[in-house]
Write a protein that binds this ligand. Sequence first.
Ligand SMILES: [Zn+2]
Length: 327
Amino acid sequence: MSVSELHKFIFEGEPVRGMLVRLTESWQQVLARRAQGGTAYAPPVRALLGEMAAAGVLMQANIKFNGALVLQMHGNGPVRLAVAEVQPNLAFRVTANVVGPVADEARLEAMLNVDGKGRCAITLDPVDRLPGQQPYQGVVSLHDDRRQPLQELGDVLEHYMLQSEQLDTRLLLAADDRIATGLLIQRLPLAGEGNLGGAGPRDEDEIGRNEAYNRIAHLAATLTREEMLELDADTILRRLFWQERLLRFEPLVDAAGPHFACSCSRERVAGMLRSLGREEVDGIVAEQGRVEIACEFCGAQYHFDPVDVGGLFKPGRDQPPGSQALN
Ligand SMILES: [Zn+2]
């Protein structure tokens, strides 16, 4: 089984960079866990989550930011919510809330945008977020500028990046049950290029005009979904850019590369139960004998018997002394 990998590259002398991600064994692991739990997603939902995972890794690797990058698709079709979360170390996890049957040929509109109100939220949640501080969030609709519904996640995210970063971006995504993969080509921002007087030409003025970017993005767009799913990274990059001066960095693999990992823990589940309140949790124990919670991302099971539950609500836990008196 091939290993998941992230390839970064630049085009010598041109203001263009690129990345290619291939999630293989890590992606298969995600699907296998879900299937073992007896709740496998429909094929179009699997493909969407795979594309979201690949896109999330590319976007996380593209920014300098110490925190989680979370992609969320909200909609009102059979898929209510799809989530991909990627940590700065490229650990990713995904989940979806599916409430109805999803047809085999369903795409974004049929899954998430039947009422035209589907949207995609991109959240950057800093590790060192202060209490009360809101994470940064950007939201885009699932429509193009002429209000036509978009069917490809890549198109939605290109739109987001143009809006949020003012940078031309080409993002191609594909996923099946073996691999989730993505290719990102982006124009680099103009940073004081050849000008001594501080602020240079605004990036907005460059949008769509940079000749090298346009040529390279056009080459990238010739890559088919089938090629993305079938060909290895070397073959893809050679085939697309053999006439370009491509400089490749050492690929990120194994622990340094994209990998599946879930951040759930018994402590976090306990914290969630505490926030529900004693009455609510005692009610569940009275009804079911104990509390059983499965992680929606990785399927891990957490059990709390009546003794565990009693321990959760021992006086003094998670409560500074005297705080009662202040209320
Ligand atoms: Zn988990």
